[in-house]
Design a binder for this molecule. Sequence first.
Ligand SMILES: Cc1cc2nc3c(=O)[nH]c(=O)nc-3n(C[C@H](O)[C@H](O)[C@H](O)COP(=O)(O)OP(=O)(O)OC[C@H]3O[C@@H](n4cnc5c(N)ncnc54)[C@H](O)[C@@H]3O)c2cc1C
Length: 413
Amino acid sequence: MARILVVGGSLGGLMAANLLLRAGHDVQVLERSGRSLEGRGAGIVTHDTLRQALREAGAVVDAGLGVAVRSRVALGVDGEVVGRWDYPQVLTSWGRLYTLLRDALPTDRYRLGAQVVQVTQSDDHVDAELATGTRLHADLLIAADGVRSGVRAQLAPAVTPVYAGYVAWRGVCDEASLSRRTRETLFPHFGFGLPEREQLIGYPVAGSNNRLGLGERAWNFVWYRPAAQGTELAALLTDADGVHHPEGIAPQQVSWRQIAAMRQAARERLAPQFAEIVEKTAQPFVQPIVDLVSPQLAFGRIALLGDAAMVARPHVGMGVTKAGDDARALAACIAEFGATPAALARYAALRQPIGAAVVERGRQLGAYLQARSRTSSEPVAERSVEAVLRQTAVDPLLFGHAFESPAPHASAA
Ligand SMILES: Cc1cc2nc3c(=O)[nH]c(=O)nc-3n(C[C@H](O)[C@H](O)[C@H](O)COP(=O)(O)OP(=O)(O)OC[C@H]3O[C@@H](n4cnc5c(N)ncnc54)[C@H](O)[C@@H]3O)c2cc1C
């Protein structure tokens, strides 16, 4: 039995911790937030491998996982259907997955208010220092501390997120507040709106208290809009008091002026069903879209996992699935090589090329949304309605052989 520290108690850290605990290790999750993360987050697209990772992590995966849809529709600006594709999928929410994974982990394995400020290692162990000054020792440390990972900043400071030239406006709207037309035309489907050089996707998710009944669900939307780096992006990330939040603005801080302008654009550019949803969403929030690729995932006794390692644009719908695949591969490598640097090196060799390919796929799918200068001669990639319907957030097996064996040893994990 090895002692393993997991920095970050979000979905990636929880999947890794549950898998490693079930493999017999002494695992401790260190989460900097002082309060449970329950109640945060929005919608998550599921794929087969995510359900597999959840089951292996000990989560209960049943019909309560999320809302099942059978097809996708694209709506034109007049609200009529302009494209359709049958593709069954289960849509869940970040909060639901967090609860399932927390329930699977004994409470004494999850430490809130534990912010790691420094990591150090020697030949035979690794240390984590907390903001309180406490030092913890372990055989391995897994950094699942997200896109702005402090562990990665310490080990590979040159690896930073790169802004993609567009943002995502996001939100969740109660089904009960919507008109019958919007409910009937959208809720049975994964929906798309495709104004020029922009893209809105949305789907039904469980409503409050994880309710899945008719009228009790909610609609999760993500609206991608170009925003040039500089003044345009800075304005979106500046709150109503004039404070700029360059590393990301919290939902409650987004300026009401920006929200009003976004709602006005929705009335002009989107189908009335989507405009109604945007109008009636109580707290829309905005996130810059970034790419992140770490060329190195293993540093002796420390490994990067999930968003700390790679972040792909959300068009691939794989943030959580990729973190689950990372966690399964990591657990399988530790089962094979023990809690050693060799296990982490093997994990990195397996996962780095796959993660980089997922990021590249996200770049391709989102290239046409990037802000360009008016004088740019760079050609704008065109995407047909059919291509967007068939390529967005689909099972990775549908988009290339590079993804066929994400975790070769996973079945043994
Ligand atoms: C609250 C929250 C809500 C989210 N909602 C959505 C959503 O609705 N849809 C979606 O697609 N994706 C969402 N994400 C992102 C999604 O969780 C990730 O893309 C995916 O699960 C892989 O993430 P991760 O676990 O590797 O990193 P993240 O989910 O980014 O989690 C990193 C965790 O590390 C913790 N942490 C950071 N630094 C330290 C430190 N120094 N010491 C200790 N802990 C630290 C953070 O508090 C955080 O809990 C959300 C993330 C969070 C944290």
